[in-house]
Design a binder for this molecule. Sequence first.
Ligand SMILES: [Mg+2]
Length: 263
Amino acid sequence: MHSGEVLILILIIISTSSAISPDIHNHHHIYLPTNLEALQLDRSDSLFCDSWRLSVETNNAGEWRSVPPMCIDYVGNYMGASGQYSSDCAVVALDAAAASRALRVPADDGMDAWVFDIDETLLSNLPYYAAHGFGSDAFDDKSFDEWAELAECPAIPASLRLYQEVQRLGFELILLTGRYESQRNATIKNLLAVGYHGWDRLILRGPSDIGKTALVYKSEKRMQLEEQGYRIHGSCGDQWSDLFGYPMATRSFKMPNPMYYIA
Ligand SMILES: [Mg+2]
């Protein structure tokens, strides 16, 4: 190749690349962060953690073990300072209340039932979890049981209003919890102290229920309730294992909980 041809080739390469490169540059310029560190710490984690929360709340994630390390602060903020958790609970409770008004079957035989889970549904263990990494620490039965025994869980305000409205409409209130019979007294003390009264049944895990998954245990209890003649119109729980299985309530309401998963 003559030197003149080489020069022309170089010019062609340069002009071709400069014809393409502005596009590439502009394209990348739009998407590349100007401050990658800030983006990773704030925007991208927050985006990811929002998506992660959607995935766990819809049960797309299935069984998950702990809050991802990058989302610990996000979950803490979600549960507390942001007010988002309270707002999400309030909307679930409003939807459930609307359904309870629409579903009410005016039979006066005392068998129209609404089932409530207790932990993270009627009562909040947020004070405990706030001191234990918002679900990022490995679950410790012993320290959690000590906490439950204190009977100091606050009510979830939206749930208390829902409970009272469902009660006013004439439903029988069935409390179905994964807590053990040995925790009955502390649980009753706690429920009464924060304003829950007049439930029809409080069902806890007895000796024959130990070792069963929540899904199996709660399904069996709902089956027994139906065999006793109850019509389960609604069910509220923070875990899919409170709601899924057989039989199911006519309407199920998933309360938010990005802190832990129970199969
Ligand atoms: Mg629960």
